[in-house]
Design a protein around this ligand. Sequence first.
Ligand code: GDP
Ligand code: MG
Length: 745
Amino acid sequence: RSYTAPDKMANGHFASTGQNGTANFEHGVQVIDEDKEFNHDVSKYLDYTAVSRAGFNYHLISVFGSQSTGKSTLLNALFGTDFSVMAESERRQTTKGIWLSKNKTSLAEMADNLLVMDVEGTDGRERGEDQDFERKSSLFALATSEVLMVNIWEHQVGLYQGANMGLLKTVFEVNLQLFLKDRKSTSRSLLYFVIRDFLGTTPLQNLRNTLMQDMARIWSSLSKPTGLEKSSIDDYFDFAFTALPHKLYQPEQFKAEVAKMATRFREGHRDRRRDALLGEFEGGVFLPEYHRRIPADGFAHYAEGIWDQIVNNKDLDLPTQQELLAQFRCDEIMREVMVAFDETITPYETQQGEAAKAGTAEVIVGLGAAMKSARAEAVKNFETEASRYHKGVYQRKQTELEGKIDSRLKALFAGQLSAAHKDGVQQFSDAVSGAVKAGQKKGASYDFAEIVKEQKKIALGKFESQAKETVIEGLSWSNYKQEMTLYQKDLDKISGQLRRDEMRRLATRVERWVRSKLSDSIGLEFNALGSGRGGSGAPEDGEKPSEQRIWDRIWTLFTSTVQEAEKRFADRAASFDASAEEVEVGIWRLRRKSWGVLRSKIDEEMMEGNLLLKLRENFEDKFRYDDAGVPRIWRPTDDIEGIYTKARESTLTLIPLLARFRHSQTGAPPPLDRWIGPTPAGATPADEEDLTPIGGVDEDEGKSLEEETTILNEAKRQDLTVRFKKAADGVYVEAKRSAIGGMTQ
Ligand code: GDP
Ligand code: MG
């Protein structure tokens, strides 16, 4: 039954603190020692006896009376306590101070958690000593106790000048002092007179009357503070009386009477009519109105505060003390409640913080439930413990607690939403891309707009359910409306981005188609050059020969191919909700890119080796075949030189023709600038980034349309002319030789 105190008292005076810092509470606990110091072991004692958990369900009795009137003996008999009692042989005063002990009897009738204070050494008056301590201890007892027991010998009753009357006067005075500061309080006290060594010759009724008269006299003699002049003793006190026979002379009767008296320490309710009839208050002594309403877990702190005021001779202001206590205890309870809250919530905060540091988005499963229960538990536990204290303070602290909790939960909530947002956006983007890829694998028949619509629905649903799980109902901050709107906006942004990507893919496909189409058709046009009569279509009236019209045909082929591609592009783009502006930009890009395709196809065909071969073929075709397409067998009589010159000059006209992309009639370059058109208003820098500049279209390029459509420069033309002539000469010499050879054979 020993209790290990965490810290040894500095002065080491307390009897409750044994050797090695071990508090032993066998004799209860000394609340105030002989040096008028408050003992911090009180709260430990209340914990030790489990009273501190009792809320308001405890009672406090104080005992007063002259030294050596058998008070401690009586308390020990009534409550099974172990207050020290003066040895019969010694007759010396026991230690001064105030002791506290919990009722140790197991009497069923008695109230729960009954605490008894034994106020010792209150007869300083007789000894001419310490009236100061008497006053202070009375004040302390009155401020804390429901019942004040006054122990008095029967033979002292009626001795108005006696020590007891002095004590009562003090009690009444300090009571008025207290109530001056605490007018609102309705608390009353019971003055319970125990008349000792009762002989029985004078009826108790008479003794009671005498005492009541004496008290009335004392009361009227008091100088009352302003405002309380008309107050009556009955405004503050109820009275009860018990007489006990001599403990040593009539031990059996004493025991029996004590046992009867013990049953009165129970919860009572006042039946004033019955009491009036009986002439006294006879039921259970603990009336609700006596209770000081200090929650048990705050009692030690309150008592210490009260004693501090008393010992420093300050005006004791109970309402202020109660407010201070409430602040202290509410803070303490808040800290306790927050420990449990932290235990649940801190791991989530850490988890979220780490995810944020790592730049990942982690939607924490079960966060909402944990937040809800941690909040509810904290609020409930705070309410249970703290609502017993001063209402105003409690409400203020409750708001403070909720503020503290909610600021933490708010951050978690925001973190969860932002994780759900990030996560959702990523998943949405992945899902759309994945579905597009799967669609591409199956063929190009997937419906992009449908994929986006479906994935958006999934993404929104998931976000909403994650957000909903984290919402704490009834809290205005706990809603995700705004976040949901932002999320929706981001999904739209992402789908816009994905649609642009999809447009690019489409554009690439269409470009590829243009490239292959042009490769075939333009290739054919150039191949046709190889035959001197070549080219598609015979010249109509007034038209230039077919090969002179090669650029007209290439331009027509080009524009009609691109036009077809544009139609494909626009149709497909419309199927995934591309805007008119986006389509316009796409077509603009397509035209520019297609021009690039055409230009590089032409360059390929016009590579020196290729072109020389074509010219040579063209020439040979004209030289070696007659107009009917029959190969010539050269004879010496033939005008080889004439035919050669004609064929060569005819082929040579092709070089300046091919060197520049020009209309056969007007000689103008193709209307590339008009055909491509100006940069659309909707084009972004990204749309222009990968485009090759086109002379005559992009003005700041410093290159004209003429230059853009010049295929061979002057140097190349001359070089080509020289090489071609050499090749033609070779053919001519060979023909000449074969004619002569044919003759000699
Ligand atoms: P306290 O100082 O008032 O706490 O008195 P104590 O309980 O220490 O008792 C003082 C002395 O009175 C002791 O010697 C007790 O034995 C004695 N005593 C106890 N009860 C009675 C009683 O009923 N009548 C008388 N005459 N003496 C008692
Ligand atoms: Mg005593």
